[in-house]
Unconditional design. Structure first.
Length: 253
């Protein structure tokens, strides 16, 4: 069975870019008579805002989204990430690294593959990846990196299809690499264009994207459908709109 998901980070309220991603993943799941799950990606505790996750869930409900299984919180899954790191380390795929972000550069050259060059520093953990440079799976502050956490969680939730913005396109080969190393089946990936502001910047908290209006969701839902190049549908409520849009959904990007 098709199993999709939407996985927001609770660093602020949902905005139009978030809605586009949620809508695309939801409609694709419903058009395949599949399951749609929500996961709160709060693995980066330093960026998580108190109350943001609850606000995200309330907003999703106000916009008519319904998830089929209990919400998973990454902050409660440290043991699973630790087990995956141990598996990679024991197999020789992961190693400790003392390089700073500046020293690592855009494509890590493997400086610490044979051992940390500055073992007195706080150490991160990297995974070997000859195709695109070894990348961090546990940060030097002890927090697990997005790349590892999302793979472990997608496997645990048996996600078959991931529909997300093309800003994450570079992450896909890294995640497929981790799935293979961990002996887990990778989902199918579909990438859609991200919404931008008038300056061509991706809508985000950093670019001050306005929060969705949960009190009046229909105009923004229809705008998101237009952005995704979907036909307009007759509906009086968010629930009706999502059901009707799922019946005519076509993934075009």
């Amino acid at each position: 069975m098709y199993r999709g998901r939407f996985a927001p980070s609770p660093t602020g309220p949902l905005h139009f870019g978030s809605l586009v991603a949620a809508l695309a993943s939801y409609l694709d799941a419903r058009s395949h008579s599949g399951k749609w799950l929500v996961r709160i990606e709060d693995v980066d505790l330093l960026r998580t805002l108190p109350g943001a996750a609850d606000d995200i869930l309330r907003t999703l409900r106000a916009f008519g989204f319904q998830w089929d299984e209990p919400v998973i919180w990454q902050s409660q899954r440290t043991a699973a990430y630790e087990a995956a790191l141990n598996q990679l380390r024991d197999a020789g795929w992961a190693y400790p690294c003392s390089c700073s972000r500046a020293e690592a550069g855009e494509v890590y050259p493997g400086t610490c593959r044979s051992g940390p060059k500055n073992p007195g520093r706080p150490l991160s953990w990297r995974v070997r990846d000859d195709s695109g440079g070894d990348f961090v799976i546990r940060r030097s502050d002890g927090l697990f990196a997005y790349q590892l956490a999302v793979v472990v969680d997608d496997a645990a939730q048996q996600i078959t299809d991931v529909v997300r913005g093309d800003d994450l396109l570079d992450s896909t080969p890294r995640q497929v690499h981790l799935f293979r190393l961990l002996g887990m089946p990778a989902p199918r990936y579909w990438h859609i264009p991200v919404a931008t502001n008038d300056r061509g910047e991706k809508l985000s908290k950093q670019t001050h994207a306005p929060a969705l209006n949960a009190a009046g969701p229909m105009p923004e839902l229809r705008a998101a459908l237009r952005f995704l190049r979907q036909p307009d549908v007759h509906a009086q409520s968010p629930d009706e709109l999502l059901a009707a849009a799922a019946r005519v959904w076509t993934l075009t990007a």
